[in-house]
Structures are given as C-alpha cells and as structure tokens.
Design a protein around this ligand. Sequence first.
Ligand SMILES: O=C(O)[C@@H](COP(=O)(O)O)OP(=O)(O)O
Length: 452
Amino acid sequence: FEECKSRIAMLTDAFGTNTAYRLIHDKQSPISWIPQDCQPLHLWMYIRHGTRFPKEQKIVRYRRRLEELRQWSIDVGNGGKLCPSELEYMKNWTFFDLHPSVGHHLAAEGEREMESLGKRIRAAFSDFEVEDSQFHATPTQRAVKSGEFFMMGFLGSEEASGKRIHVVTEGDEVLRPYKTCQYWIDNVKHEPSSKAEYERFLKSEPVERIRRNFVELFGIPDEIVTPEDVILAHNVCGFETAWNFTGNASVWCAPFSSQADLNAMEYLEDLDRWHVHAHGNKINSMLACETAKNIVDSFRASALDRTFKAKFHFTHCGALQKLITRLRLFKDDHVLKAGDYPGEIAENRIWRGSKTTPFGANIALVLYNCAGSLKVGVYANEQQMRVPFCSSGLCDLEEFSMHFAKGYCHIQSLCGSNSALAYAVAAFVVGCTMFVAVNSMWSRDRGLKKEL
Ligand SMILES: O=C(O)[C@@H](COP(=O)(O)O)OP(=O)(O)O
C-alpha cells in the first residue's frame, strides 16, 4: 500500500485561507523584531482569528452532501480504489458529530495558535515595558475568543483576567468596513465579472482531472460528482488537516493525489479572493483607508508621548486582504487569470492564500525610535516585509504616512448611495495626491542633488 502512504505524506500546506497557521509558521526562521539602535514606540497588529469550524450552513450542507457521497462510495462503489485504511476511516468518519451550533466558532487549534502567537509577540518585545495594551475584536465568537487567547499568551493569565476585549459593531470602519459596504457588496462581491476567472478555472482541465480522480478513487458514478463536490472535499480535507494536530490525513484528501492537485485548488480560491477582496479591484485598497488612518494616528500619538503602546485587532480574512492590498504586499505585476494555470506565471505568483491569509494570519506595523528618527517596520505572518512605496526596509514615518494614509477617506460616502460619484472622486483625489507626492519627492531629490 505504498500509494496510500505517499498520499498521506504529500499533504502540505496548500489549503488557501483554510490553512492552519502552524503549517506555514513551522517552516519559517524566527526573526529579530528590534532593529539595531531602535526602540519600539508602538505595535499595531491586525490578526485574523485562529483556525475555526465551517459556518453553520456549511456544516449542514457538508454533512448532507458528504453523507450522500460516502454512501455511494461504500454501498455502490465498494470504496472504489481507496486503500483499506482509508475505507475504514471513511466508514467511521466523524465529521458528522460536528453540531451546526459550533458553526464559525474557534476550534481548539485556533486557541493554541492565538495563545502561542501572543507569547511569541510578547517575547519579541520582552526588553521593553508595554505601558498600555488594547484589544479590539469584531462581534463574532471566533474573533473575540481569538483575542482572549492571544491576550492570555501576551499578558499571562493573571493580568489577562483583569483586561477586557473591546468588541466593535458590525461593519466597523477600522476592523471590517466591507461587511456593511453596500457599494462593495453590489459592485464587487456580487458582481459576476469579479467571479469570472474563478468560474472559468472551475470548469478547466486541472479541476476536471481531480474530479475524475475523485470518481475513480471513491467508485462513485461519474454523473454524481460535480466540480462543487471537489471544492467541498478540498475544504473538508483542509479543515480536518487544520484541526488535527497529530497530522493524520483526512480521507477527503484522497482525491488530491499530488501536490499539483492541491496547488490547483489553491489557485481556484486565490482567483476568487484576489479579484473580490484584494489587488484585483482598487476599491479594496480604499476600503482600508480608516484602518490606515488609525495606524498613522496611533503612531503620531505614541511619537509624542514616547511610551511603548500596543493595539491588537482581531478580524477576518477579507479585512487582512484589504490591508495587505493597501500596503501593496504580495502584489504580482499581472492580473490573476484562469488561463495562466498550469504555467510559470501562475506557479511563480506571490499571491497565495496559504501564505498571505491562513488562519491566524497577522500583519504587524511597528513604530520605532531609531536614534531620534521615527521609522516604521512592516511584518506579515512574523516575517519582515518591504513595502514597495518605501525606499528602505525600515520606512521613514513621514514617507510611510504620505503613501499609506493620505488622500480622501470617507467610507460612508464610498459605500452609500452616492458611492459611484464618491468612488470617482476618491480615485481622482488619490491620483492627484500621488502625483503631488511624487512630484514633491522629485523636486526634493533635485534640490538635494543640487546642494550636493
Ligand atoms: O466570515 C467568513 O466566513 C470568512 C469570510 O469572510 P470575509 O473574509 O469575506 O469577511 O472569513 P473568516 O471569518 O474565516 O476570516
């Protein structure tokens, strides 16, 4: 049964946004968060909640559909070409024990992820006393619980017991503005063209090949298994891998018989998230403008009183993707297209859900006082990043603010009834601001060169 063993061994981390944080973090080397001759003044973090359960309606749908597929496989197909251990697992499969009431709740793996992240972040800044720490979360169980577990890791259980999480309202402009943004919902999320590349790839040969593999392995008649079933199996494979700390593979991973299959499934989700939530649409960057303002305002306040403060925000995948878009991180210089897969363009892309926004994904922005100069460091998933609009790795606060937080920011008018006009005005103002900024940098540069 060599085939069974290799099937289990090949499972890695390509589960897109359903990847557990440990699957990417364990491969990274730790970094130093304190640059030489610098002292931290402000730590501002945006954190996606830890590993969770599927949402309530999905638990119901998964149970219904997977039960059907399971019956087809066991009764009719007699397990198809599944290995004996997989067939046994299939017969005793327990995902059905998951009650819909735990839908979208933080899983035990998510609790571990958050507590250990909190501990690592505290350890990274252990030479500095945090004068004030604040914890904010969206009004969801998974975000609030993530905040509580992180806080325990960061402050220790005793200090954490006296501290509260500030729960914001739905659609909060800093934590999750798109959630209630009607303009974005109508013109991006529900706009068919945003899904066009995703739909195209769903019908493409790489996904069809996995579907045929599914049919053959499970011994289910061809006409029963749809491309949506392939997505379902991939989701459940990802979830069961994320929850299962011991690393036993889920039987629903079996149709993905090579890394290429997992990569194709990740690409499918990436096409969706990139076009709807990230670099694929300019409004996504604009929707992070209040978040950007909050970061820069917090930095300016800390720069004045010169004490080390920390603010943590527990939120969701789409919110992190918008902040990532505004920071121009993980940005390919091409549009993500279905037709580019397979091929180097798709395979070498930077944008990957498992690397950008797994469960527990985090973006940290740190203000430092470096021998009297104010500098900003940007970190994604505990690795230092270089933002394209900064001339060096550690960015000068003014240079950073000029690109990141300037320009028109009025989310209500961007999202409200006059939003088409507001969107045009915003795009125009952002364009003008960039023009003026770049021009003034050129003139400053020219001035400096003259002086030299
Ligand atoms: O709420 C959810 O179902 C997903 C998607 O929501 P958005 O990312 O689209 O807000 O986000 P998650 O909570 O897993 O980060």
